[in-house]
Design a protein around this ligand. Structure first.
Ligand code: NAP
Length: 219
């Protein structure tokens, strides 16, 4: 079945991998990306709308009955403060979820993080937990929340510490097969993108939370 997608975060590691995989699929009819920059792909099915995640984009420019995917996010270090981080990872994500609701998206898919919990003592995890709760309450028919561990893949931007963590994770990969450790096993972006696209391809009303263990055990 031909499907239309609305994507926020399409320039990021996971978002660009999702777009790459969707464009390789003939059943993808249209992809509209929202954000401050266009994703680096050239395909007539792909359109970018420059948008700052406040207010609403023009409704006529948006697909109806589409699948909405949000891989938007930053880090406290990148954003510069906890407040600036929250603006992106809570306010912008909620704005996108409300757009998805308003245009009657068939399903919404949002990436948070392993450890997300609104009662967490860790600020990052707390914000991720708060956004999970908020988007499950705004009246969408089908919501999928994904909680990956450290994301690994070909990231253009250099992030201190993540390269080392990814190399260490590779060396330790047999260890992550031990019972209980799959929840913290690093999550390859290409595998993760394929997992999200599979969930987006089937109809399953309600709220769903996908743990890293579930993502990593999926073949
Ligand atoms: N990195 C990890 O190891 C990790 C682990 C667990 C969960 N996560 C979560 O997984 C999701 C995807 O991660 P990722 O590594 O693919 O992210 P990423 O590569 O850092 O991409 C982030 C996306 O968010 C957009 N964005 C960030 N700040 C913005 C701002 N101020 N205004 C507008 N757009 C903004 C970026 O757009 P621009 O290109 O315009 O900057 C980009 O499209 C995020 O929610 C992240 O928090 C990440």
């Amino acid at each position: 079945m031909a499907t239309d997608y609305l994507i926020a975060g399409g320039t990021g590691l996971v978002g660009s991998e999702i777009i790459r995989q969707l464009l390789a699929n003939e059943s993808t009819r249209k992809i509209i990306t929202l954000g401050r920059r266009a994703a680096d792909f050239s395909d007539k099915r792909l359109t970018h709308l420059t948008y700052d995640f406040s207010g609403r984009p023009q409704k006529s420019a948006l697909p109806s009955n589409c699948v909405a995917i949000c891989t938007l996010g930053t880090t406290i270090k990148q954003a510069g403060s906890q407040e600036a981080f929250r603006k992106v990872d809570f306010d912008y994500v909620l704005n996108f979820a409300e757009i998805a609701r308003d245009i009657k998206a068939s399903s919404l898919h949002v990436v948070t993080a392993h450890g997300a919990a609104k009662s967490s003592l860790i600020f990052y995890n707390r914000v991720k937990g708060e956004i999970e709760e908020a988007i499950q309450r705004i009246g969408l028919v089908e919501v999928h929340i994904y909680r990956p561990s450290l994301l690994i893949g070909n990231r253009k931007e250099h992030r201190a510490g993540e390269g080392f963590a990814a190399a260490a994770a590779k060396a330790l990969s047999p260890v992550f097969k031990l019972p209980g450790l799959s929840s913290v096993q690093p999550t390859p972006a290409d595998h993760f993108a394929a997992f999200i696209i599979r969930q987006a391809s089937s109809v399953s009303p309600g709220n769903h939370v996908h743990s890293n263990a579930e993502i990593m055990s999926d073949r």
